[in-house]
Write a protein of this length. Structure first.
Length: 136
């Protein structure tokens, strides 16, 4: 009887809530080819938030960089503590605004390479990105 009740609760209550959850997605991800010998480069991506609450990108890591920073080109390349992705909307981290800086590069990047980046939200939710290296 308890198993039947648990199954019914899962199908009618909890299951409905889980079915409505939509994952954060990304698109148009790319990394700028760094200048020869450079130890930093920039990455760009559109982060889509289908949820009813804003999310905040607060940190990141990459297989090719020792550290990741968020900077804003429209504010003199100032370091940003976070990047807001509004509810039911998206944020495009782009060359003229907020962007991802890959610092302390571990290897030389060439056009066509794929860079793996993991961004984390304020709740610790990972957002996995595979970005192609290309010229602007």
């Amino acid at each position: 009887m308890a198993a039947l009740f648990a199954a019914t609760a899962l199908l009618t209550g909890v299951g409905a809530a889980v079915a409505q959850d939509k994952p954060i997605t990304t698109e148009n991800a790319w990394v700028k080819v760094p200048e020869a010998g450079a130890k930093t480069t920039t990455a760009f991506v559109q982060v889509n938030n289908p949820g009813m609450y804003a999310i905040y990108l607060v940190s990141g890591s990459s297989d090719v960089a020792g550290k990741i920073e968020f900077r804003d080109a429209s504010k003199g390349n100032a370091v940003q503590e976070d990047v807001t992705v509004p509810a039911y909307d998206s944020a495009y981290l782009n060359p003229k605004g907020a962007q991802i800086v890959l610092a302390d590069l571990k290897k030389e990047l060439k056009e066509g390479d794929t860079v793996h980046i993991t961004l984390k939200t304020e709740l610790g939710i990972p957002i996995e990105i595979d970005a192609k290296v290309k010229t602007e």
